[in-house]
Design a protein around this ligand. Structure first.
Ligand SMILES: [Zn+2]
Length: 274
């Protein structure tokens, strides 16, 4: 069929008055003129070829109807990273870069165990398996945020959704979403993300409105078995005082406590450098 058409086209005079052979000659002539123009303009000969960001799928994102190309998978992961609100410096905090050797010698066996437990937690969340929530307790600079980030990075790499917020950002976000109807999506992400990390429950006074919202969120996630990681520098007693017995018991009743004690690791690092 295609061949017949080509034969027919070649035998017919065209509007330019050229027959098939004439057209071929003209085409070759034009190619040569292009070549000359390109050389004169110092334009690379491949300039007019189609350039794909991803030659594998020719930027369609799909290799077959049901097989996504890696470039699309990566773009989806990048979007998740963006949604996760993970601050850029935390993206580098992974299990591979966690340094147990910075802890005092007597604390290292315990930290190895903590590290192994956090890895296992992250691995299970990444696979969508049920987990016990984690609550990190301990002073500033002991690795709570680092371990939370490492968990977040592992879960994100598996293509699952993570929302990472400090408590003060969470309250800002809730206020914005509640009073700005355009941003309803923000709150559903908090409830539905495969993993929610609440960093930095501190000792500042919290309003009744914020406490109610916090309880609703934690309660929703626990009821729907959606994993949660919380970190605080408060003692359990102070945590209960600031965040009410209701939130405290709901949170602690379903979580595994990981206590981090000792010197500020960031100071140890600085001393090591100095
Ligand atoms: Zn591709």
């Amino acid at each position: 069929m295609a061949l017949d058409f080509a034969r027919l086209a070649a035998s017919l005079p065209t509007r330019s008055g050229l027959d098939g052979e004439g057209l071929e000659r003209r085409s070759a002539q034009l190619d040569e003129e292009w070549g000359t123009l390109f050389r004169e303009g110092q334009i690379p000969p491949e300039y007019l070829e189609v350039w794909w960001d991803c030659p594998r799928c020719r930027d369609s994102g799909w290799l077959h109807a049901d097989e996504k190309c890696n470039c699309l998978l990566q773009a989806e992961i990048d979007t998740l990273y963006h949604l996760s609100r993970l601050p850029p410096e935390l993206l580098r905090q992974t299990f591979e870069t966690f340094r147990v050797d910075l802890y005092p010698a007597e604390a290292r066996p315990y930290m190895e165990q903590v590290l192994a437990d956090c890895r296992e937690f992250a691995r299970r969340v990444a696979r969508g398996l049920e987990v016990e929530n984690l609550v990190f307790l301990g002073g500033v600079g002991l690795g709570k945020t680092f371990l939370s980030s490492a968990i977040a990075n592992t879960v994100l790499q598996a293509g699952r959704t993570v929302v990472y917020v400090t408590l003060s950002d969470l309250f800002d976000l809730i206020r914005r979403c509640k009073f700005d109807l355009d941003d309803a999506e923000g709150l559903s992400m908090l409830r539905e993300a495969d993993l929610l990390i609440l960093d930095d429950l501190g000792g500042e006074k919290v309003s009744d409105f914020s406490l109610q919202e916090l309880f609703t969120l934690i309660n929703h996630r626990i009821n729907h078995r959606r994993p949660l990681v919380v970190s605080t520098n408060l003692s359990p007693k102070a945590l209960e005082e600031v965040y009410t017995a209701r939130i405290f018991s709901r949170l602690m009743g379903s979580a595994r406590l990981i206590k981090l004690e000792g010197d500020d690791i960031r100071l140890v690092l600085k001393r090591g450098r100095g």
